[in-house]
Design a protein around this ligand. Structure first.
Ligand SMILES: Nc1ncnc2c1ncn2[C@@H]1O[C@H](COP(=O)(O)OP(=O)(O)OP(=O)(O)O)[C@@H](O)[C@H]1O
Length: 239
């Protein structure tokens, strides 16, 4: 009789570390009179290459979950691993470096630099990550091309449509080739057509192997992901 194989080999999936592994994550906010228990013991596993939608009622903790995965916010208890690295309990310098190398974040309202061109919005993260300006520009132009924005390179975000701005924000998130793309309501500021275009873009990226976790209120958008994780009252209902 042969020895039992490790679970990963039986699955035939992968022996690489999970893209994300969250265990017992708790986060309470105390800014108001009554403490708000935003995360009440969240467990979540996301495999590399998965496209996961996180849904649930307003205030159930979706954004907080994304923020603790990105190390933008800290858990009070529990552990967060991204690409096999513990993210919880790290200092700001470590987290900033880790984010630059591993995480792309897309926000509902784009968070672009308004005063500079689309191209410069993309060059900056590369330079901050230590690339030479010329290499960063070359990479930025490649990503603009990938997202169909080459003809907008010299324009400032204000003259772009909402959908183009979000594509530019996604381009910026991708410029450092992140292990993990996190998106918080990326279609929330767009009309339904614009939202579905962004969903198609995520599906294309997923097709190239990109791991994506996307928070969305829209059932239509969530249906386009590979898996839906539902949250309620600071907990994951469907792991
Ligand atoms: N910085 C903060 N200070 C105080 N309370 C906060 C903070 N961030 C979030 N909360 C509270 O934590 C709870 C969870 O918020 P969170 O933004 O994670 O929910 P959400 O599911 O993303 O909501 P929505 O769908 O409305 O964006 C809410 O009650 C919210 O008011």
């Amino acid at each position: 009789m042969s020895a039992p194989q490790p679970a990963a080999a039986i699955d035939g999936v992968t022996t690489e570390p999970a893209a994300v592994r969250v265990r017992g994550a708790r986060r309470t906010f105390t800014a108001d009179l009554a403490p708000v228990r935003a995360l009440r013991g969240v467990d979540l596993d996301v495999r590399q290459g998965e496209f996961v939608a996180v849904t649930g009622p307003s205030g159930c903790g979706k954004s907080t979950l994304l923020n603790v995965i990105a190390g933008l916010d800290a858990v009070d208890e529990g552990t967060i691993e991204v690409a096999g690295e513990r993210v919880d309990g790290r200092d700001e310098d470590w987290l900033a470096r880790f984010r630059r190398g591993h995480i792309g974040f897309v926000f509902q309202f784009f968070n672009l630099l308004d005063g500079v061109s689309a191209l410069d919005n993309l060059i900056m993260p590369g330079v901050l990550a230590g690339m030479k300006r010329r290499a960063a520009e070359s990479r930025a132009r490649d990503v603009l091309d990938l997202l169909g924005l080459s003809d907008r390179a010299e324009q400032v975000p204000a003259v772009l449509s909402g959908g183009q701005r979000q594509r530019l924000a996604i381009a910026r998130a991708l410029v450092n080739e992140p292990t993990l793309l996190l998106a918080d309501e990326p279609t929330g500021a767009l009309d339904s057509e614009g939202g579905l275009e962004i969903l198609e873009l995520f599906r294309r990226l997923h097709g190239t192997g990109q791991t994506i976790i996307m928070v969305t209120h829209s059932p239509e958008v969530a249906a386009g992901a590979g898996r839906t994780v539902r949250m309620r009252d600071g907990r994951v209902e469907t792991p």
